[in-house]
Ligand binder design. Structure first.
Ligand code: ATP
Length: 317
């Protein structure tokens, strides 16, 4: 596989604070690579250093085989960066913005085709701030494609969108991937990352705590099975029976916020799962759902572990 991004020992410090703490990763041509992490984990800082918008404190970045320090101009010709909709000129129409942007590059895509791709051809003469949030977001994605880039950077492309608009954005991202472009994105929506990303890196306080193919991360989670159930009323004896039914540390059961007796149980083996479901069925639950772990479970497990470790280190210090 061809490497299009190569990041090595990357560090970004703001004064005494280390926002990105020695991370290394590669992105392959044609893949969708997700950077995930809690607020402040360092995702945007990392993206912006690769885009050449922020200067690293140390470390190396190579994009499309070019060193970012010596060949930024060449790199900028060949990458696309999604801007926030507030960054566009409000006195220009969509078509005028695209025409203006295309003038900045040697290679261009056809503005009409781009607008058509996201069903905005009828809005070509509208102003960005007169459009809905979903339309603005769709426009900001195609504006990043004006130079027909090989790599597209999307920072939280669906934040603030309703579920339908979010799904429309997923379709657009899939379409961009189909064109053979590489996509690197950040998101707080684990469902979105699970659907779109071939590989993800999970960041925690400036470090990468896990990185793998998305489905591999899920398969290797501590508790790959989950059961969610609602009992008619809370029955602590059933919960302790369920806890006893699995061996020590083989399951994790917790009450979910909201309803009185809504629980989530995470289990390690199929045998534990069968046993738990058998026990619960006898209780005639109002609802009983059985499923596999999700990327959200992996994320919570990993970031929770990192926080617990940090607290333990602080206590021992
Ligand atoms: P979010 O998900 O909230 O967007 P993020 O993972 O993208 O977060 P960054 O925006 O990269 O995180 O910020 C990482 C850390 O660096 C945060 O603690 C942030 O406050 C800090 N930071 C970012 N930019 C600056 C700056 N210009 N000066 C000082 N600190 C900064």
């Amino acid at each position: 596989m061809e490497k299009v991004i190569d990041v090595s020992n990357l560090v970004k410090k703001y004064g005494n604070f280390t926002a990105v703490n020695g991370i290394s990763f590669e992105v392959e041509k044609g893949e969708v690579f997700g950077l995930l992490g809690e607020n402040g984990a360092g995702k945007t800082t990392t993206l912006e250093m690769i885009e050449g918008l922020r200067k690293p404190s140390s470390g190396e970045i190579s994009v499309l085989g070019f060193d970012i320090n010596s060949h930024l101009r060449e790199i900028k010709e060949r990458i696309g960066v999604q801007l926030q909709s507030s960054a566009y000129y409000h006195f220009l129409t969509l078509k005028e913005i695209l025409d203006l942007f295309s003038g900045f590059y040697k290679k261009h895509s056809d503005p009409k085709e781009l607008l058509k791709m996201v069903h905005l051809e009828s809005k070509a003469n509208n102003f960005v701030d007169k459009m809905s949030g979903g339309q603005q977001q769709r426009f900001s994605i195609i504006a990043s494609l004006i130079n027909d880039p090989e790599i597209v950077f999307l920072d939280e492309p669906t934040t603030g969108l309703d579920p339908l608009a979010r799904r429309q954005t997923w379709d657009i991202i899939s379409e961009i991937k189909k064109q053979g472009k590489t996509i690197i994105l950040t998101t707080h929506y684990m469902e979105e990352a699970e659907i779109l990303c071939d590989r993800v890196a999970i960041m925690e306080k400036g470090k990468i705590v896990a990185m793998d193919k998305t489905h591999q991360l899920i398969e290797h989670t501590k508790h790959p099975y989950r059961v969610e159930f609602i009992l008619e009323k809370d029955k602590p004896e059933i919960i302790s029976q369920l806890q006893k039914s699995c061996r020590l540390d083989e399951c994790d059961i917790k009450k979910l916020p909201g309803k009185e007796a809504h629980y989530e149980m995470k289990l390690k083996t199929q045998t534990d799962l069968n046993e738990a479901v058998g026990l619960l069925q006898k209780e005639n639950p109002e609802s009983l759902t059985v499923g596999r772990a999700t990327l959200e479970d992996v994320f919570i497990e990993l970031t929770g572990k990192a926080i617990a470790q940090e607290e333990a280190e602080e206590e021992n210090a």
